[in-house]
Design a protein around this ligand. Structure first.
Ligand SMILES: Nc1ncnc2c1ncn2[C@@H]1O[C@H](COP(=O)(O)OP(=O)(O)O)[C@@H](O)[C@H]1O
Ligand SMILES: [Mg+2]
Length: 283
């Protein structure tokens, strides 16, 4: 008890003064220029901005896959590298990257089986909460892959593979889930269904999510906070708290309150465009 009073637990993802430069000389690219972000544990935060503004770079910085040229990144009080080693971080990349020789069930179960030492390490970091191991077959059923568990990745559509990659990331119950445009390859119907499933799992597991998207509607539906980025050099130009009740149903998308937040973010995106020298159209 007395110890709690004297120990300040840093329970945020913190990026302070982060600068990331690729290359050197005339070809050098300032991908990130002075990024400051604090994300408290349990939040769902989206990054939105034009192509090339540094969203993936920022995500990789949090994941410990990239180091900043200036500034620092920490996750719940430890460096990103330490957080990564303690299996606190799950990353869902744009392309699913499943192992082709393993079944869907084997693919999603693998990360939970390897590196048990990491489980012991992460218990000691920040406000980590121990949870019961998830039932992978149940998670697969939740995302509509109940009948595909014993199939090989090559036997699935792109959207099904992507859903398997999402389940795999949830399987290790990461403290932080980083998702890089995970739904961009899905058709609209599947995308909306899986957004709902993501919110259910997020709610159940108390995960902190940093989610990159191109879709304003998706950002508003999912997030507690939307960070708007602008390009060249990449920086955060606005932070919008989405004050909509949860759970957020499909029906909410048609309400004036929902449109209010969409318009607000579109406005910020447009000013981000006009501020920067970038004139080409983004994907
Ligand atoms: N490994 C790399 N080497 C050189 N330049 C890179 C590398 N990764 C990203 N960049 C550059 O950094 C900028 C930001 O890229 P990225 O983070 O991928 O943007 P986004 O995900 O927002 O589209 C872009 O100009 C891109 O060309
Ligand atoms: Mg990207």
């Amino acid at each position: 008890m007395t110890q709690a009073a004297s120990t300040v637990v840093d329970d945020n993802i913190s990026i302070r003064g982060a600068v990331k430069i690729y290359g050197s000389g005339p070809t050098q690219q300032v991908a990130l220029n002075g990024i400051d972000v604090e994300i408290p544990r349990g939040r769902f935060v989206s990054l939105i901005g034009p192509s090339g503004c540094g969203k993936s770079t920022l995500l990789r910085l949090i994941a410990g896959l990239e180091t900043a040229d200036q500034g620092e990144a920490s996750v719940f009080g430890v460096t990103s590298e330490a957080a990564c080693a303690a299996k606190m971080i799950g990353l869902v990349p744009q392309a699913p990257a499943l192992l082709p020789w393993l079944s869907v069930l084997q693919n999603v179960s693998l990360p939970g089986r390897v590196n048990r030492g990491a489980d012991r390490r992460r218990k000691r970091i920040g406000g980590h909460q121990e949870k019961a191991a998830p039932d992978m077959t149940e998670l697969l059923r939740m995302v509509g892959l109940g009948d595909a568990m014993d199939k090989l990745p090559a036997q699935l559509s792109g959207g099904m593979q992507q859903r398997a990659a999402i389940v795999r990331a949830f399987g290790v119950q990461p403290d932080v889930l980083l998702m890089d445009e995970p739904f961009s390859a899905l058709d609209e119907f599947t995308r909306e269904a899986i957004q709902g499933q993501l919110l259910d799992i997020w709610d159940e597991q108390n995960t902190t999510v940093v989610f990159v998207t191109h879709s304003v509607t998706e950002a508003v539906r999912l997030s507690d906070t939307v960070l708007v980025m602008s390009a060249r050099p990449g920086r955060i130009t606005a932070s919008v708290d989405i004050e909509l009740e949860r759970p957020r149903s499909q029906a909410m998308l048609g309400t004036p309150e929902f449109h209010h937040f969409e318009d607000l973010i579109r406005g910020h995106l447009q000013s981000a465009w006009h501020e920067g020298p970038l004139t080409t159209s983004a994907a």
